[in-house]
Design a binder for this molecule. Structure first.
Ligand SMILES: *Cc1c(COP(=O)(O)O)cnc(C)c1O
Length: 486
């Protein structure tokens, strides 16, 4: 018989912070050393090099006898930090993948230590009260009567928007068939997937020839499909994934009113503009949406996950009411225990609201707005650099903080190759987008610390890799490209 051992210390309780301190110091050291070993936005050497290091650090995954907290933290945190695509590096600018604020990460650590679970009041008394308060306040930024639910991101928020539309439709008079979603060609892929998930008809795709949903085409599509009693849900985008463009929300809202369609605005990216006094007007019309997707792990500088779905009419949320005796028995609810189960489709749920609330309070509207303005201004600056450079072509004036550009003399294959070469070198992380019949490199600027010198360096890196002349299409090989060590 083995001798009883003292279990490992816990993160919570009065002793928790004292136990966490030294472990945190180990983890922070490993973060520091891992970032130094990487030395750039991305590990050099491509997938094989990274996988090799991760296997070496993680093997054996479940040893017969553990190596202890210090070793495990040091080795694995180091490996993941060394092999990270770090959005805090100004040259890591491919995706809507933001560098989290230190204050938000600190709050998230507190959330992990306390581990409230947002599915019942008796697991999260204060976190539940905070969530109720903060979600209302965020929703009120869009509509004074609104409410919001916390989600894992834009994908879940879009799913809920479709679900709420489906449920709202069943409650209103004679309905012929299920809700029909109409989305621009520029819409996020999660909307079509949500329609599939919910068993709704294939979405009707509305042309977006200039990168934004064309209202005339929407009018035509709605007219062609026929009016009520069939139910329509139009999903517009405020901040497209490829180009960061904003659909003409007011015109779309007008059309929805005329055709009796419900309106969803996917503002996963552009929603952050609400914090900026100068740019808030770009979202005019959003207050007319029935539902709005927000994502504070984009223009909100939160560690993932920090999504929200805002609803204009809180009564819509009644569709999510759900009963499970062990979590929200009727008599418990009648006795005054808040019922949380209808605030999500998830059961166990992290208190993502804590980091959001801490950030809102720490920075205030002006602080957050300034961050939004900084990254938008950087995008304008970067676009100016590109326009002034004879070797590059700019897609369009940035609407938010996304800049699409291409070396003028490179073909599509080579543009993809340029991106992969930078990834393999670990020198820069850029995205890609196929728009208007050609391929573009994409810089999504989300790091308020990025300087004009960083932007110039980014362009220089692309210039060094981009060819002087168009190249032949590469054969479809899977060999790693450009394995140049930094
Ligand atoms: C990022 C994004 C999504 C998906 O959000 P996740 O948080 O990644 O789930 C949806 N729509 C738009 C417009 C986005 O930019």
């Amino acid at each position: 018989m083995s001798t009883p051992r003292t279990p490992p210390p816990l993160a919570g309780g009065a002793q928790g912070p004292q136990e966490l301190g030294p472990l945190l110091a180990v983890a922070l050291d490993a973060l520091r050393e891992g970032a130094a070993a990487r030395g750039g936005p991305l590990p050099a050497g491509g997938p094989d090099a990274v996988t090799g290091r991760v296997h070496a650090a993680a093997h054996p995954v479940l040893p017969e006898h553990g190596t202890g907290p210090d070793d495990a933290l040091r080795t694995l945190v180091h490996a993941v930090a060394e092999g990270a695509a770090d959005p805090a590096d100004p040259l890591c600018a491919a995706h809507l993948h933001c560098p989290p604020l230190a204050v938000a990460a600190a709050a998230d650590l507190a959330a992990s230590a306390l581990n409230p679970s947002m599915d019942s009041w008796d697991q999260a008394p204060a976190a539940a009260a905070l969530e109720a308060l903060v979600t209302r306040a965020i929703a009120a930024e869009i509509h004074p009567e609104g409410d919001a639910l916390v989600t894992t991101g834009g994908t879940e928020a879009n799913q809920l928007a479709l679900l709420l539309a489906r449920e709202a439709a069943t409650g209103h008079g004679p309905v012929r068939g299920p809700v029909q979603l109409l989305v621009g060609d520029n819409a996020h892929h999660s909307l079509a997937r949500a329609a599939w998930l919910l068993g709704l008809p294939e979405p009707v795709a509305v042309p977006a020839p200039a990168g934004t949903l064309d209202p005339a085409a929407l009018d035509e599509a709605l007219t062609e499909l026929g009016g009520p009693p069939r139910r329509f849900l139009v999903a517009a985008t405020a901040g497209t994934t490829d180009a960061g463009l904003i659909d003409p929300l007011e015109e779309i809202a007008d059309l929805c009113a005329v055709h009796g369609a419900r309106l969803h605005v996917d503002a996963a990216y552009g929603g952050g503009l609400l914090f900026s006094d100068t740019r808030k007007a770009l979202l005019r019309g959003i207050e007319r949406a029935d539902t709005v997707t927000l994502d504070l792990h984009k223009l909100g500088w939160q560690p993932a996950a920090a999504g929200l779905i805002a609803v204009r009419d809180p009564r819509d949320l009644a569709a999510l009411t759900h009963r499970a005796d062990y979590l929200n028995a009727d008599d418990d609810t009648e006795a005054g225990l808040p019922d949380l189960l209808g605030r999500s489709l998830r059961t166990t749920r992290r208190p993502d609201i804590l980091k959001i609330a801490v950030t809102l309070k720490a920075l205030g509207r002006q602080g957050l707005g300034a961050l939004v303005d900084q990254v938008c201004d950087q995008a304008t600056e970067f676009a100016d650099l590109i326009e002034a450079h004879p070797g590059f072509e700019l897609y369009d004036t940035p609407a938010i903080s996304t800049v699409l550009f291409r070396p003028t003399r490179a073909d599509d294959h080579h543009i993809a190759h340029v991106r992969r070469t930078l990834l393999a070198e670990g020198t820069a992380v850029l995205g890609r987008a196929d728009l208007d019949g050609c391929r573009w490199l994409k810089a999504t600027l989300l790091n308020p610390h990025t300087t004009p010198d960083d932007l110039a360096a980014l362009l220089k890196l692309v210039e060094l890799v981009a060819p002087a002349e168009p190249v032949q299409a590469a054969p479809p090989s899977t060999a790693p490209e450009g394995n140049t060590p930094r």
